[in-house]
Write a protein that binds this ligand. Structure first.
Ligand code: ADP
Ligand code: MG
Length: 150
């Protein structure tokens, strides 16, 4: 397992952290990944996903706050981008088909993973973003368990 910490001072820098992380997964030959994002509203989770997706050639990533999941099939890997902000119980999660998405050969990124309860496997990648005292400062921690990419 590895834990990496980054400090950023703009949305562009947070996007760059996401983009570099996706490039690393691609260089390792990953065909699937589950990335659980944690952090308060407005901390930069969607910015991270936007940068991550850009490495796959996916543009115009928007928050799936109202749709729960946005699907992007036009990149190097399929991307499923979730926002579980409005999910309050397991029934909600089930009606979204969450488990079915996680079973696909794709990159899944999940905002508000706090609301997924037990539905996230222990071996997912966890990205936690916090505000720091600096202006526009963010601290991004990426925790990767050992995993099998294929
Ligand atoms: P979330 O998805 O966590 O709610 P968003 O990515 O939608 O957050 O929004 C982050 C907001 O914070 C944007 O308005 C962005 O301009 C601002 N921001 C300021 N500094 C940063 C930073 N270092 N990283 C990411 N976003 C930042
Ligand atoms: Mg968001």
């Amino acid at each position: 397992m590895t834990t990496e910490t980054y400090k950023t001072h703009s949305p562009e820098e947070t996007e760059a952290v996401g983009r570099k992380f996706a490039e690393k997964l691609l260089s390792e030959g990953a065909v699937r990944a589950l990335i659980a994002l944690y952090g308060d509203l407005g901390v930069g989770k969607t910015a991270f996903v936007r940068g991550f997706s850009s490495a796959l050639g996916i543009r115009a990533v928007k928050s799936p706050t109202y749709t729960v999941v946005n699907e992007y099939g036009n990149g190097l890997r399929p991307v499923f981008h979730f926002d579980l902000y409005r999910i309050t119980d397991e029934d909600d999660l089930y009606s979204v088909g969450f488990d079915d998405y996680l079973a696909k050969e794709a990159f899944c990124l999940v905002e508000w993973s706090e609301n997924a309860g037990d539905a996230l496997p222990d071996d997912c990648i966890r990205v936690t973003i916090r505000k720091t005292d600096d202006k526009d400062g963010r601290e991004i921690t990426v925790f990767s368990p050992e995993r099998n990419n294929t």
